[in-house]
Write a protein that binds this ligand. Structure first.
Ligand SMILES: Nc1ncnc2c1ncn2[C@@H]1O[C@H](COP(=O)(O)OP(=O)(O)O)[C@@H](O)[C@H]1O
Ligand SMILES: [Mg+2]
Length: 279
């Protein structure tokens, strides 16, 4: 059937099936005399989506920035795609980040650039041809169902649309790892669900590994209990009692990682803080 199809580049995970995409080992970080993260260890396996929960100010955004090499820990080791970030020069970090898509808290679009130029940002930096930029921008915008906004400016879009544009910008380079920082922050529940649906679509269509910060439990559980049905091209709920095995949880509290496990383990946790958080 597919005789002359372009050979798809193997993902890092396909080439290293037994190695995790992210490894944190005993990572600590202090800021202005107070401990933000205290001896944090966890892994993100290939194809996995890990949802990072925790109260405001606990260090969730800091943890994502550490994973992206934007900040460095005081101690401990962080490996991404098998590379120890502390040993990488700025130039090598750039190369590594080309495989990581980041959706920043609040979207962080450039207000002075059109949707097209916001989404194309990385490709323009890489000097990709104009035709290919156009093709890929349209493809990414189609994925988030916003192709008709290509010539608009962020100020002309709703909050939910801006968030979709920032997802398109993050996936334009077909990253092997996505870092989402509170992708539904500041959005109403209905709009939030449309954003979570995109996260699920990306997870189930591309199988991209992801670390996602969530401040809203509803979103976290939607991710764990739904999948994207490719034939029907929409999200659907898993049968009662089933959860998505590749979607798991982490929870931070007072600088410590107090939970690392499956949806079911989280729901049945006896930890008083977790029980109150979930209630
Ligand atoms: N670049 C940084 N380096 C060190 N500490 C930081 C940095 N940015 C924020 N912090 C501190 O980390 C703590 C957690 O912040 P943050 O990660 O933004 O919390 P949240 O869980 O709400 O995302 C805050 O006390 C903040 O002052
Ligand atoms: Mg944050």
């Amino acid at each position: 059937m597919a005789e002359a199809t372009e050979e798809k580049k193997k993902s890092w995970h396909e080439e290293h099936p037994d190695e995790p995409v992210i490894v944190f080992e005993n990572v600590s970080l202090s800021s202005a005399g107070h401990t933000v993260l205290d001896d944090i260890s966890f892994q993100l396996k290939g194809g996995e989506t890990r949802i990072l929960l925790g109260p405001a100010g606990v260090g969730k955004s800091v943890l994502l920035k550490l994973a992206n090499g934007l900040i460095r820990p005081d101690s401990g080791t962080i490996k991404v795609f098998g590379e120890d970030l502390s040993t990488l020069a700025e130039q090598d970090l750039f190369r590594l980040r080309a495989d990581i898509g980041m959706v920043f808290q609040e979207g962080a679009l450039f207000d002075s650039l059109t949707v097209r130029d916001n989404v194309a940002y990385r490709l323009n930096e890489d000097h990709v041809s104009e035709e290919e930029v156009d093709r890929r921008v349209r493809e990414a915008l189609r994925f988030v169902e916003l192709e008709d906004t290509i010539d608009k400016f962020p100020s002309q879009l709703s909050g939910g649309m801006r968030r979709r544009v920032s997802i398109a910008r993050a996936i334009i380079s077909s990253p092997q790892l996505l870092l989402y920082d509170s992708p539904t922050g500041g959005l109403d529940p209905i709009t939030s669900t449309t954003i979570i649906e995109l996260v699920i679509k990306q997870r189930d269509v591309s199988g991209t590994s992801a670390l996602l910060v969530s401040h809203r439990l509803q979103d976290a559980f939607t991710l764990a209990t739904h999948r994207f049905n490719k034939e029907a091209s929409k999200m659907e709920k898993l049968p009662k009692g089933e959860v998505e095995a590749s979607t798991t949880f982490l929870m931070l509290h007072n600088g410590k990682l107090i939970f690392d496990g499956s949806t079911m383990d989280l729901v049945h946790s006896e930890d008083p803080f977790i029980r109150e958080y979930l209630a």
